[in-house]
Ligand binder design. Structure first.
Ligand SMILES: NCc1[nH]cc(CCC(=O)O)c1CC(=O)O
Length: 542
């Protein structure tokens, strides 16, 4: 290495003096387009089922998977990798080649939802569908039979491609799987379906939580087909095989314990390189954070940028959507505030998660003057007769319980400040019904009444409670979320309306109300565009 000179002329710390300097000199950044969300979908459940060893991750229903895919697309994530959990498992994994099998149905649902907006990937492996839990077929002595398994993989590949997958991820570590699957796809006319080869897949204790996620029946281990953690060079042998067999992208898995392998692979190839941050890696960070032993968001971001530094182009991570949001819009907004001379910190938070909200309150360290409860949203526009209870529940969770969680957690700090303000952003839907809006209307009425009740309860405290109720506001996502990404339907809401309110109009209103002198409590402020006289009386031109 050439010399850069010596101390005291050379002081590397100069480049670390300010946030702006560090940002300019950062060698790597995580972009939402680098991230892929692995997602589980389970057959025969009516509600998403939490996975206890992966807090925050669920086994989806088809419906909740559809929503999660739309959310991932909205967050700018690159892709989604689907794992299916069938109701019935058997020795040969029949569900894996049944066009009506859960994974295939899920692929169809996700493609229908997101089209080509996400790269839709599917796990190509038998362990989710076999009762013995192995990634392949067993011979009469109970050993995993490589070549018999290849034939099953070939059938699965065609069925998954037909169901709509853009990319298949053969993860069973059978010799020759990439070439076998490639030829099967080509023979069936699926020349454009790409293969993400699990090139270096190690037998790992860190897959533990995944086994719960797919309700694996595995007894024993996978040591005869997955790689030995002691081996690095062997990964290069697998790599040359996969490339020769036509792999479009290659992957190293697990992630963090194998960054050296990732670096070796990345140095060697001319195809995109992926890393899979697996279930056990996720669980470790979540568990330590839950105990308060590490800072959750910092730890997550650090792991992700380390993958980039080690040479990954693509990262499969259960934090994909959260990290994309953090990397993306909230941070951009904080940056805007800082550039305007203010101070800001971006802190992505799921307001429906009471424990996460408590952690956020702790992060603030007992200091808070103004709380703006702005998180909210509408899902669906169905009449009561066909209302979807899952939508209604979700709307209650985010609009009402979100406000409860934050207000509860921050009230002590607001009171202690000696001059606090709670703003509750409701809606004109909190004051009058409209057809199709019942679930949202009910939630917004509840939020309105929460604000009124709180005002009664804390009248003796130095805290104001202000409700802002906006009417028609055109933002990039309110109607898009309500109609699950149907842009045309979302657009129709505002068609012909001269000037719907903007997010800035509402922010301006909040800013005004909050900056009145402390003794002035704006109880309720309804703000609508001039063209809207009531929820259902809107003037449209043309
Ligand atoms: N179909 C095999 C497969 N594909 C992805 C994972 C693990 C993913 C994770 O742990 O997050 C596994 C489990 C295994 O090899 O035992």
């Amino acid at each position: 290495m050439f010399s850069h000179g010596a101390f005291p002329d050379v002081r590397p710390r100069r480049l670390r003096t300010t946030a702006a300097m560090r940002r300019m000199t950062a060698e790597h950044r995580v972009h939402p387009a680098d991230l892929v969300l692995p997602a589980f979908v389970r057959e025969g459940i009516a509600e998403p089922a939490p996975i206890s060893s992966m807090p925050g991750v669920v086994q989806h229903t088809l419906d909740s998977l559809r929503r999660a895919a739309a959310e991932a697309a909205d967050a700018g994530v690159a892709g989604i990798m689907l794992f299916g959990v069938p109701e019935v498992k058997d020795a040969v994994g029949t569900a894996a080649t049944d066009p009506g099998g859960i994974l295939q149905v899920a692929l169809g649902v996700v493609r229908e939802e997101v089209g080509d907006a996400l790269v839709v990937m599917s796990d190509l492996c038998l362990d989710e569908t076999t009762d013995h839990g192995h990634c392949g077929l067993l011979d009469e002595r109970g050993r995993v039979d490589n070549d018999a398994t290849l034939a099953r993989y070939a059938e699965m590949a065609v069925v998954q491609a037909e169901a709509g997958a853009h990319v298949l991820g053969p993860s069973g570590m059978m010799d020759g799987q990439i070439g076998h699957v490639r030829r099967a796809l080509d023979a069936a006319g699926h020349r454009d379906v790409a293969l993400l080869a699990y090139t270096a897949k190690y037998t790992s204790a860190f897959y533990g939580p995944f086994r719960e996620a797919v309700e694996s029946g595995l007894t024993g281990d996978r040591m005869t087909y997955q790689q030995d953690p002691a081996n690095g060079r062997e990964a290069m042998r697998e790599l040359s095989q996969d490339l020769a067999e036509g792999a479009d992208m290659v992957m190293v898995k697990p992630g963090l314990p194998y960054l050296d392998v990732l670096r070796r692979v990345a140095d060697e190839v001319a195809v995109p390189v992926a890393a899979y941050q697996i279930s056990g890696e996720y669980a470790m960070v979540e568990a330590a954070a839950e105990k308060g032993w590490i800072e959750r968001e910092r730890a997550i971001d650090e792991t992700l940028v380390c993958f980039k530094r080690a040479g990954a182009d693509v990262i499969l991570t259960y934090w994909a959507v959260e990290a994309a949001r953090r990397a993306d819009r909230i941070e951009a907004l904080a940056e805007e505030v800082r550039e305007a001379g203010g101070e800001a910190e971006a802190y992505p938070l799921d307001v429906t998660d009471g424990a996460a909200v408590d952690a956020f309150a702790e992060h603030l360290g007992g200091e808070c003057r103004v709380l703006v409860n702005n998180a909210g949203g509408a899902f669906g526009l169905d009449p009561v007769a066909s209302g979807d209870p899952a939508d209604w529940r979700a709307m209650y969770e985010v609009n009402v319980l979100g406000t409860l969680h934050l207000t509860r957690a921050l009230l002590p700090a607001l009171i202690a400040s000696g001059d606090g303000t709670v703003v509750v952003v409701t809606s004109t839907a909190g004051h009058a019904p409209y057809e199709g809006g019942a679930g949202y209307v009910a939630a917004k009425h509840a939020q309105h009444v929460l604000a009124r009740t709180l005002r009664l309860e804390i009248v003796a405290e130095p805290v104001r409670v202000i409700e802002i109720a906006p009417g028609m506001v055109r933002t990039e996502e309110f109607s898009l979320t309500r109609f699950r990404g149907d842009a045309e339907r979302a657009e129709k809401v505002y068609r012909g309306v001269a000037n719907p309110l903007t997010a800035e109009d509402v922010a301006d209103t909040i800013g005004w109300a909050v900056t009145r002198p402390p003794h002035v409590n704006v109880d309720l402020l309804v703000v609508r565009p001039r063209a809207q006289a009531s929820n259902e009386k809107v003037h449209r031109e043309g």
